[in-house]
Design a protein. Structure first.
Length: 329
């Protein structure tokens, strides 16, 4: 009994040192930084039960964790992200915006000028204490960086991170960056364009060149396919383009077009090659086929231009009356 009372007393004394303090979330939605006030006067929120709503149900984003004790600061931040997505979806009729949860948490200690990052890491056994994280001594800029996968950043880890910052006099302050691979994801709403759509089965197939960047095509026969390539060949300005077109002559033959048709989307041009484009779905409405493209924008992208079009195989009997293709992105 005496040991139990002693343990309870120790816990009572330690808990205030781990208490949560004011957190400030900046406005950047791609990589949010939470600056922690290390004064131990405010109440720490209770560790949460498993967050059951961290998935956008109709965006095909799976729950990435089986853990029940993800740090409350992460849960709170993700809740604010969901609120923003809900607001966008209410305000924007043309698009459906998807929720992307946090992928990594980057904790950084800013050190005083006479501090040694390696020494502090060793004194607190950070490599063992945070074994699942990447711990880096950045002495040149007087920082210690600790990067966690989202699922590994538990409430216990969060409290330990705070405790070290409060105990170590050579730490001036610390910050927490919430990082996501994808900062924004959206898909056009087919209902914005038509109200009598039918889902069309499709298969992404060998890509057919589309040098008419702003046009979409539906090709239902071998003759139409050959004429399409002839038109491309005549308008090609470079020898390498002509060689590519010649190489596509035998991609599809008469047998293919007996049961199939090809849809070639317009070329989508974007400001970064890191942006991901995927075909979300195809729909038939009256005499039109709508190709709906999903866009995922990364938090950090390359500074280049992206050009992408898609070639899709569809059942010929389902598009017999179709004479127009519309690419939605």
């Amino acid at each position: 009994m005496k040991k139990l009372l002693a343990l309870i007393l120790v816990l009572i004394l330690i808990f205030p040192l781990c208490a949560c303090n004011s957190e400030q979330l900046p406005d950047d939605d791609s990589q949010q930084t939470t600056t922690i006030d290390t004064s131990p006067n405010n109440a720490e929120p209770e560790p949460n039960e498993k967050d059951k709503n961290n998935v956008c149900d109709d965006c095909d984003y799976d729950d990435l964790t089986d853990a029940y004790d993800i740090a409350q600061i992460v849960i709170d931040y993700e809740e604010s992200l969901r609120d923003e997505i809900d607001k966008l979806n209410k305000e924007k009729n043309e698009y459906h915006y998807c929720y992307n949860q946090v992928d990594r948490i980057r904790c950084e200690y800013k050190l005083k000028s006479d501090a040694s990052a390696d020494a502090i890491i060793g004194n607190y056994g950070m490599n063992n204490e945070f074994a699942k994280a990447k711990v880096s001594a950045l002495d040149a800029i007087k920082k210690i960086s600790i990067i966690f996968d989202r699922n590994d950043f538990t409430e216990t880890i969060y409290l330990k991170i705070r405790q070290i910052s409060e105990e170590e006099p050579l730490i001036e302050n610390f910050s927490i960056n919430m990082e996501r691979d994808w900062s924004k994801s959206y898909t056009p709403k087919i209902q914005y364009y038509t109200d009598n759509e039918t889902v069309l089965d499709y298969e992404i197939t060998d890509n057919v060149i589309n040098s008419h960047h702003d046009k979409c095509f539906i090709i239902k026969s071998k003759d139409q396919y050959d004429n399409y390539l002839n038109d491309l060949f005549e308008s090609a300005q470079y020898d390498y383009s002509k060689e590519l077109i010649i190489g596509q002559r035998d991609l599809y033959d008469e047998v293919f077009f007996e049961e199939n048709a090809l849809i070639v989307t317009r070329t989508i041009t974007l400001g970064s090659g890191s942006i991901k484009l995927t075909v979300d779905n195809l729909y038939v409405s009256q005499n039109k086929v709508y190709v709906v493209i999903r866009t995922d924008i990364p938090s950090f992208g390359t500074d280049d231009i992206k050009y992408e079009s898609f070639t899709l195989k569809v059942p010929k009997n389902k598009v017999a009356d179709v004479n127009e293709v519309i690419t939605l992105q």
